[in-house]
Design a binder for this molecule. Structure first.
Ligand SMILES: NC(=O)c1ccc[n+]([C@@H]2O[C@H](COP(=O)([O-])OP(=O)(O)OC[C@H]3O[C@@H](n4cnc5c(N)ncnc54)[C@H](O)[C@@H]3O)[C@@H](O)[C@H]2O)c1
Length: 326
């Protein structure tokens, strides 16, 4: 039985706890949150020991792996501390707030040999995994252009409103848009050229739109969390190939050719129940997939080769450049 400790029991800590409760041979044995009532809620159905500050868990808990779901500005400090304790560590995305913090994390991982996975979950999201398979398969010819979009109501659930303070979260570009940028970079690498615009009005309206030029195609990537509370969270893509177009929109992955329009059916993990009320995500699928991968690596003592610390650091570096030059 793999013994899990979760630090930060807000929106993502709840998602992760719900996933672990559905994964075989893992057990949540420790939970930490400054708001102890959040940790106690997640402890239901487990025998987990409750801690306040995450450092108490790191110092005292009997765990095999640690999962950090703290606000972004705390990732590096707690991750570096946790790497001294466990051989497998999961850190939510974005890896950190600054490149310097990310470098310190890489240095500590080298020193300790800790295997670290970053929560760049889109690499594990079923529709996006399928798209990668289609691209790699090459059946529809070269890519002509592509578009990725992630738009959300204002994220008001964060503890002490940390998400709305860009000096703590990095704003929509670093927090939300990094999902698509990380995925696009994982597919196509660094573009030859990028042109970006951003528009930030006060704490709540944060928008970025970038056009990435590769040798023979262009990719648009748009992200914002400036929408009203009533607007449904939406993550979509459309990839135009020479011989077909693949689109993920309205809850369907579709393949369009000159003569046919057909849905691409995906085998998904069964419905695992809801996440955290008030957040902007209801599907646990990608989170479940990434944590199945993470816990398997920990159980089998394998290296983490997907959504690595290095991947997280590279995506952060690229998005910080993008924001600077927008
Ligand atoms: N992968 C995704 O799709 C996704 C989605 C949302 C958030 N995130 C990331 O997950 C991380 C957490 O975000 P969230 O939305 O869960 O935030 P949140 O505010 O809902 O939760 C953070 C929790 O950390 C607790 N906390 C703060 N300091 C602490 C400390 N020192 N010790 C113990 N607990 C402490 C807070 O009380 C709070 O409950 C962020 O990095 C965010 O960017 C990822």
């Amino acid at each position: 039985m793999l013994k899990i400790g979760i630090i930060g029991c807000g929106f993502m800590g709840t998602m992760h706890a719900n996933c672990y409760k559905n994964i075989a041979d893992v057990e949540i044995v420790a939970l930490a949150d400054l708001r102890k009532e959040c940790a106690e809620k997640l402890a239901e159905g487990t025998n987990a020991v409750i801690y306040g500050d995450g450092k108490e868990l790191i110092a005292n808990a009997d765990v095999d792996v640690i999962d950090i779901c703290l606000p972004t500005y705390l990732h590096s400090e707690y991750a570096i501390n946790a790497m001294e304790k466990v051989g497998y560590l999961f850190v939510e995305k974005p890896i950190a707030l600054t490149n310097e913090q990310a470098s310190q994390m890489m240095k500590k991982a080298e020193e300790t040999g800790c295997n670290v996975q970053i929560g760049q979950v889109i690499r594990f999201w079923d529709e996006y995994v399928k798209l990668k398979e289609i691209i790699d398969g090459g059946a529809y010819g070269k890519i002509v252009n592509a578009n990725f979009r992630r738009i959300s109501p204002v994220p008001t659930w964060g503890w002490n409103d940390w998400l709305l303070k860009s000096e703590l979260s990095g704003g929509a570009a670093q927090d939300l848009h990094i999902h698509d940028m990380d995925y696009v970079l994982s597919l196509f690498g660094i573009p030859n050229k990028i042109t970006s615009i951003k528009n930030i009005i006060g704490e709540k309206n944060s928008y970025i739109n970038s056009l990435l030029s590769y040798d023979d195609f262009v990719v648009g990537v748009e992200g914002t969390w400036g929408l009203p509370e009533t607007y449904p969270f939406d993550a979509t893509f459309r990839v135009v190939f020479e011989k077909a177009t693949v689109e993920n929109a309205g809850g369907k992955l579709m393949l369009y050719t000159e003569n046919t329009a057909q849905e691409i059916k995906i085998e998904k993990a069964e419905n695992l129940g809801g996440g955290f009320e008030g957040g902007n995500i209801s599907d646990l699928g990608g989170y479940y997939n990434e944590l199945v991968y993470f816990t398997n690596c920990a159980k089998e003592k394998l290296s983490i080769n997907k959504a690595t610390l290095k991947d997280g650091a590279e995506s952060l570096n690229y998005v910080l450049e993008e924001i600077k030059n927008a």
